[in-house]
Design a protein around this ligand. Structure first.
Ligand code: GDP
Length: 690
């Protein structure tokens, strides 16, 4: 095998996370430019940014899919995993966080931490992702480095520390002071490829001293001698400072903060240096946890190129040139192209025919992949997002990525016969790419139903079906994904007996249902029969019957949740009893029990956060109150008011337009699924047509 130039310790798998509009796309784009992969500077405003390769994203100016791009900087391979900033796409964020090792959080230096950055930040906390922060837009009116850092403390409870100071701000922003090297960098030409290095300007000396002390104090815990040297007024060796900052960052206890202006091409090269200096290589991370399929034994998977090959599929896209591409994160071992791998989730063997590193604008074929790589492979037909593929003797399965249940659905109808067959193909491809999207045909109406995480999520999907797959579609109004449950405990009994000459049918079931009040599980089935009143082989069929009845609901055909079923008693017939008879009896007994258990309808409740200038607050709140909202609280942030509320999803359709018109386009809102809650009786009666 040909040796690759970059070793594992010179690999960085990073994500760039940000609130919409903070400048993630521009920053990524500039990174690709300075690392030499892009020849022309793109601009998001003109819709040419390289990472946003989907038409949709270009138009909306938001980045939805997690494309992975490889770039090189100072002998290091940097794999950038794109993380979306919009909360309707949390699934995308979660799965990219799962496979990346470190992240750059991009903030708007004028706005500071905005609501969606909070969500993403908390997700990154959950996965213990070490981060550095980039205060972007230092050229913007109102940009304030210090107060933006302050919002990281107040909003994120983070422990940020500046490793740079801006030289000037707003229109006079010209460069940065590096507090580690104690030098000033100023950018000279417009493309930002040339910059000057000079001593710290006189007028900034005292400010720099203060910031430097703050920096040393923040990282002293990770190198105590550094503090002593500092107190004694000795020179602090640059490499030593870097090592301490690196340790502090990897521990997750400190977030180094840099600044710049991606748009004005200032500050990107130092950001690249910081990615290398402070963010982890795959070697720096704790092993990932897995389980051996047959024995259930826990295993640690170490980033060892000589270990067994273990990788996780985290993204599937259908590429117009090479077909289906599966993005893998390799956790251990190595693999040559043309090899077979074993999918532990599916228990199947598949062959990987080609290995590709994806650059934003081209693909690079390689002969082998190894621990730490993020790579796109061709050939995996049946492996899905979140599944583990291995090639060693041990069949290791990594912890699965959890995907939330969809809360909203729409009916789509193809316009012609030709469209119908194209729609089927499109849906197969899209569902494979996006596990938070579900599609099925409603057996009663024959309609094709799509369900997803939010209105915007489904809008984007419908647009892709129309555009990428060229399908003519009529689209229905969005529908809430209601659920059903029960309020009390009850028992039910049913006999399914048929005597039609020859062999008859006989199944007899007594069971109880009760609510699972802590909602820890959607369904539990327990066999509490004694003395073989129901023979063992008929227990599973009873459970199957109950499950089918749960799925089709009792009140209005919505799936039931949070129900514990106990099988109590029954009887059987030597000759006539069969699986099917017990399955039907189980379903009948369940329905009988549910009827007596005070069934109710549940609706998804969304957490809504509105960020608005004060003058629109009154109107926005009055409107929320007309939508059955429960106002949770108010905050003031960067001079704007924040309204937090819980609102039933059914009251939120088209809210984007309303919010815009009530605030003359100035309020920003975020809607995220929070929980399911009982529909008030009056409204439930309407939904159920009572
Ligand atoms: P994303 O939504 O986080 O990907 O943000 P974009 O990169 O699409 O940027 C959003 C908007 O902010 C665009 O209009 C950019 O031109 C603008 N922008 C990005 N970086 C800067 C910057 O450094 N300064 C200023 N003034 N504007 C910027």
């Amino acid at each position: 095998m040909k040796e690759r130039a970059t070793t594992l310790d010179k690999t960085r798998n990073i994500g760039i996370m940000a609130h919409i509009d903070a400048g993630k796309t521009t920053t990524t784009e500039r990174i690709l430019f300075y690392t030499g992969k892009n020849y022309k500077l793109g601009s998001v405003d003109e819709g040419t940014a390289t990472m946003d390769w989907m038409d949709q994203e270009k138009e909306r100016g938001i980045t939805i899919t997690s494309a992975a791009t490889t770039a090189f900087w100072k002998d290091h391979r940097i794999n950038i995993i794109d993380t979306p900033g919009h909360v309707d796409f949390t699934v995308e964020v979660e799965r990219s966080l799962r496979v990346l090792d470190g992240a750059v959080a991009v903030f708007d230096a004028q706005a500071g931490v905005e609501p969606q950055s909070e969500t993403v930040w908390r997700q990154a906390d959950k996965y213990h992702v070490p981060r550095i922060a980039f205060m972007n837009k230092m050229d913007k009116i109102g940009a304030d480095f210090e107060s933006a850092i302050g919002t990281m403390v107040s909003k994120l409870k983070a422990n940020p520390v500046a490793i740079q100071l801006p030289i000037g701000s707003e229109s006079s922003f010209e460069g940065v002071i590096d507090l580690v090297e104690m030098k000033a960098f100023k950018w000279i030409n417009q493309e930002g490829t040339e910059f000057s290095t000079s001593p710290i300007p006189e007028n900034m000396l005292s400010q720099v001293d203060e910031a430097r002390e703050d920096l040393v104090t923040h990282v002293a815990e990770f190198d105590e001698e550094l503090m002593e040297l500092y107190i004694e007024g000795e020179e602090l060796p640059v490499e030593r400072m870097k090592a301490a900052i690196r340790k502090a960052t990897l521990s997750g206890q400190v977030t180094p903060v840099l600044c710049g202006s991606a748009f004005k091409n200032k500050g990107i090269q130092p950001l690249l240096n910081a990615i290398i200096d402070y963010l982890p290589s795959p070697k720096d991370l704790p092993p990932v946890l897995g389980e051996v399929l047959d024995s259930g034994k826990d295993v640690e998977v170490h980033p060892d190129e000589n270990g067994p090959f273990v990788a996780m599929a985290f993204k599937i896209i259908v590429d117009p040139f090479v077909g289906k591409l599966t993005f893998l994160r390799v956790y251990s071992g190595s693999l040559e192209k043309g090899s077979y791998v074993f999918n532990t989730n599916k228990n199947i063997k598949e062959r990987i025919s080609r290995l590709l590193f994806m650059h934003a604008d081209k693909r690079e074929e390689v002969d082998y992949i190894r621990a730490g790589d993020i790579v796109a492979v061709v050939g995996l037909k049946n492996s899905m997002t979140g599944e583990t593929v291995v090639s060693g003797d041990e069949k290791i399965i990594l912890e699965k990525i959890e995907f939330p249940e969809p809360v909203i659905s729409i009916a789509v109808e193809p316009q012609t016969k030709d469209d119908a067959s194209k729609l089927t193909k499109a849906l197969v491809a899209l569902v494979e790419e996006d596990p938070s999207l579900k599609s099925f045909v409603d057996s009663e109406t024959g309609e094709t139903i799509l369900s997803g995480m939010g209105e915007l999520h489904l809008e984007v999907i419908v647009e892709r079906i129309k555009r990428e797959f060229n399908v003519g579609l009529r689209v229905g109004n969005p529908q809430v994904a209601y659920r059903e449950t029960i309020r009390t405990k009850a028992t039910g009994e049913a006999r399914y007996i048929r005597q039609t000459g020859g062999k008859g049918q006989y199944g007899h079931v007594v069971l109880s249902v009760e609510p699972i009040t802590d909602m820890s599980s959607n369904f539990v089935f327990e066999d509490k029969t004694v003395g073989g009143t129901i023979p063992r082989e008929f227990i599973k069929p009873v459970e199957r019957g109950v499950r089918e009845a749960m799925d089709s609901g009792y009140l209005a055909g919505y799936p039931m949740v949070n129900v514990r079923v106990s099988l109590l008693d029954g009887s059987y017939h030597e000759v006539d009893s069969s699986e099917i008879a017990f399955s039907i009896a189980g379903s009948m007994a369940f329905k009988e029990a549910v009827r007596k258990a005070s069934p109710s309808l549940l609706e998804p409740i969304m957490a809504v956060e509105i960020n608005t200038p004060e003058e629109y607050m009154g109107d926005l709140i009055a409107d929320l109150n007309s939508r059955r909202a429960k106002i949770e609280g108010f905050e003031t942030r960067a001079g704007l008011k924040i309204i937090k509320a819980h609102v039933p999803l059914s009251e939120l359709f088209g809210y984007a337009t309303v919010c815009r018109s009530l605030s003359q386009g100035r309020a920003i809102h975020i809607i995220q699924f929070s929980h399911y809650s009982e529909v008030p009786v009056k409204i439930a009666d309407k939904i159920l047509g009572r």
